[in-house]
Each structure stands twice: as C-alpha cells, then as structure tokens.
Design a protein around this ligand. Structure first.
Ligand code: ATP
Ligand code: MG
Length: 427
C-alpha cells in the first residue's frame, strides 16, 4: 500500500457515510423546527481568531491546532471548533444591525492534533447550534430542549445533561486564585502540563484527565461559590425551567469545560458507552465573546456535538427504513428493457429507489445479490432496507409488457402491467 489516510483522519464510505448524512438530516429537521438556519464557514481562519476566543492557555490553542503559514507568511489555522468562525462571520456581516435573536446551526469537519484513539480523531465532525441575542435563561432552556429533541430522535432514551454555572470576570478571577491556592501546596505532584496550567490558568486544571490531578482537585473550591447575584438567579431560573420541561439534569459544580469563552451556563452530556471522561457534547453561554472579538456586546449560547462519538454510541442506526426495487434482467438481452422499466418506476414515484442489475448475469445471481441487500442492510443506500421488491425481466415479460414482482421478505409474488406505472404528478 502506497497511500494511506493521514493519521487521525478516516474515510467514511456507505453505509457509514449514510449514517452521518442521516444524523445531519435529523439535525436539520429538528433545528429547522425551532427556526434555525444553517451556517457554513471556512475551514481556514486566521490563527489569531482562535487564540483570542478559545484562549491562549487552553489545550486546543496550546497544543492541538493545525497551524501553518500560507505562501504569503500569514498564520492560518484549520478550525478546531466552529463557534469562533460563526461569530467572526456574523460580525463581518454587520451583526449589530441584524434582527434578534439569531438562530444558526452548522455541521462540519474540525481539526485537532491529538493522540488518535477510540472516539478521538485529528479530523472529526461536529454538529452545533448557536442562539445569539437573548440574555435570559429561557434561551438556555430552549436550546437544551432542542438538543434533547434531537438526541431523542436518534433513539437516546435516558440521557441527562450535566450542568454548572461559571462566574465571569471578577468572580472568575477570585475562583481561579482560590483554585491556585488549593493546588499550589501539592504542585510537585502535578505533571508538566498541569503545572503549566496551574501557572497560567488554574481553571484549566479541571480539564485535566490525570487521575492524580483529579484527586488533588477533590475538595477544591467550586464555581458556585463565586457567582454574583445575577448569575445565581439565572442559574436557579434555568433549573426551574428544565424541571418544568422535564429535561433531566444533574449538577456538577466543578464542570468548567475546555474553552475560555464560556460564562454563566455550561453543560455537557456524557454517554456511558464512551470512555469515562469522554463527553459526547459540550456547550454553554458566551456572553463576552462577541464583544471580545470586536462585535457588539451581545449575549449568546451554543453547543457542539461530536458527531463521530455520537454515532459510536447511538442506540440505533439513524437511517430510516425504506424498500428498494431490484430490477433483474434474465440476460444481457433484456438490459435495455431493464433500464426502461427502472425509469418508468422512478417517473411514477420520484422517491422510489430502483437498483438495476447491470451485469446481466441472470436471475440466480441477481436474486442472490438482492437477498444480500435485504439481509445485511449494508447497501450504499441512505436508508435501511425494509423490503426488496425484485422485478425479474425475461423475454416473455418484455414481449407482453408485464412485470413479475417478488417481495423478498414476504415471498409474495405478483404480476403487474408496466403501464400501471404511469407518470406521477409533476413529471
Ligand atoms: P474532550 O474532553 O473529550 O477532549 P473537549 O472538551 O475537547 O472534549 P469540545 O471542545 O467541547 O470537546 O468539543 C465538543 C465535542 O466535540 C466533544 O464533546 C466531543 O464529542 C467532540 N470532540 C472533541 N475533540 C474530539 C476529537 N479529537 N475527536 C472526536 N471528537 C471530538
Ligand atoms: Mg479535548
């Protein structure tokens, strides 16, 4: 083998690629029903954008970014997340004059230089949403409701969101100092990365996956102790709203999340199917980010779902069930007729999927392939196969203009006139 996919990247082929497309289709349906429109931003952004938004001292910016100079020496980065790009795009288009709220969703590839392992890649996909312009907890509640609608549509039954409220500005500073004071006496037990975090940004210690560090953090001060009155009221009201809407949640006062821009509400959803500390999704408020990036002062909240991880743990294949027509000519003699029959069926029902056996190798091989499609559902189709209707075309059928149609799972066979597949409406 000469050429291989770059380490940490992977190819998605059917049916896997179709599962991704189906999940994205469900996202589009659910998010559209909440009034969201899709946003697509470039993979490449100026490096500075991520340094300013995600934060210089986060793992992402510090050691995970794909950053390189272009031919003119500008520093570019392949996006490690999508919120910064969306905010940049909106500011560039004139965010201050847009009617509020702004509801946008996206899906696309993200890039982080990490050690590849199960559920962790260097190129991965995120599905996310951003709600801009509403400061109140009702925005948080609506966003979480939408998120749960989406997860339920994918078949998740007993998920619960882990919730916390993090202080901003002054409170954040005091919180960081308190954590530093708690950890400093045991600094020599920290690894190099965590010692750097302690120096530069102690709150990032909460992202550490080092068991030793996590031990030291037990009993450390937690964010709720540093909230101001308005953040506290916001958080209390959000919890009430979630209870009213029957969205299950648990509180985790040391949940901080790995991006510096989060303020007030933060949340994640962890699935038991993944490694103990691997979240399927994360999100939160970013009330200061838009202003920090040069836009108007505007509150916002969003989430990002790791699509690869989501599909790893999804309880069901997200593709819908549908039936396929399988047109099998008796020999090469009937190939032209097979093409015509397939076309008639598609014209009659534009949504029908008609797979024609172009090999002309006869009924036996054709039926065998059809049976295989029904059995393992691993065809290239954007749906799972509920039934295969085999249409076998011999010289007699061609002469008489009839079709023998056999439903493979029920074994019911019928004979119909080709003329019964009339042109459908609009064709
Ligand atoms: P982790 O703690 O697992 O590194 P994170 O905090 O870095 O996750 P976020 O930046 O919040 O993750 O991104 C949101 C989601 O994107 C994650 O919950 C996860 O599902 C997904 N994700 C993040 N990094 C990767 C990766 N390298 N490979 C696959 N999915 C990822
Ligand atoms: Mg990470």
């Amino acid at each position: 083998m000469k050429y291989r996919a770059v380490k940490g990247t992977r190819d998605l082929l059917p049916p896997e690629s179709e599962r991704f497309a189906a999940a994205e289709g469900i996202a589009r349906e659910v998010f559209s029903s909440y009034g969201y429109g899709e946003v697509r931003t470039p993979v490449l952004e100026a490096t500075e954008l991520f340094a300013r938004s995600v934060g210089e001292t986060t793992d992402i910016v510090h050691k995970e970014m794909y950053t390189f100079p272009d031919r003119k020496g500008r520093s570019l980065t392949m996006r490690p997340e999508n919120t910064a790009g969306v905010v940049r795009a909106l500011i560039e288009k004139g965010l201050q004059d847009m009617p509020r709220p702004i509801r946008l969703w996206y899906c696309g590839e993200q890039f982080r230089y990490e050690q590849p392992q199960k559920g962790r890649y260097r190129e991965f996909r995120q599905i996310g949403a951003e709600l801009l312009g509403i400061p109140g907890p009702e925005a948080d509640a609506e966003l979480l409701l939408m998120l749960f609608d989406f997860l339920r549509r994918l078949g998740f039954a007993d998920l619960s969101v882990t919730l916390n409220c993090v202080p901003s500005r002054d409170g954040r500073q005091r919180f960081a100092e308190a954590v530093r004071a708690h950890v400093s006496p045991q600094a020599d037990r920290l690894g190099t990365d965590d010692r750097r975090r302690l120096e530069e940004n102690p709150l990032r210690l909460f992202d550490s996956k080092d068991a030793q560090t996590r031990g030291i953090l037990e009993g450390a001060p937690t964010s709720p102790e540093f909230l101001d009155d308005s953040a506290r009221a916001h958080y209390e009201r959000l919890k009430q709203l979630l209870s009213i809407m029957k969205i299950p949640f648990t509180e985790n006062p040391s949940l901080v999340r790995g991006l510096d821009y989060y303020t007030v509400t933060v949340f994640e959803v962890v699935s038991r199917g993944l490694g103990a500390q691997d979240a399927v999704l994360g999100g939160g408020r970013y009330d200061n980010l838009i202003g920090d990036l040069g836009g108007p002062d505007m509150p916002a909240i969003g989430f990002a779902i790791g699509e690869d991880r989501l599909l790893d743990v999804a309880p069901a294949d997200p593709r819908p069930l549908r039936e396929v027509f399988f047109v099998v000519p008796f020999s090469k003699e009937q190939l032209a007729y097979a093409l015509e029959v397939a076309r008639r069926i598609r014209r009659h029902d534009p949504a029908a999927v008609v797979d024609t056996d172009l090999s002309g190798r006869g009924f036996k091989k054709g039926f065998a392939r059809a049976a295989q499609v029904l059995e393992d559902s691993s065809g290239p189709y954007p749906f799972r196969v509920s039934e295969v209707r085999v249409i076998s075309l011999g010289p007699e059928e061609e002469a008489r203009g009839t079709l023998k149609i056999k439903a493979l799972s029920t074994r019911v066979e019928e004979s119909v006139n080709l003329s019964s597949f009339e042109r459908g409406p609009g064709r």
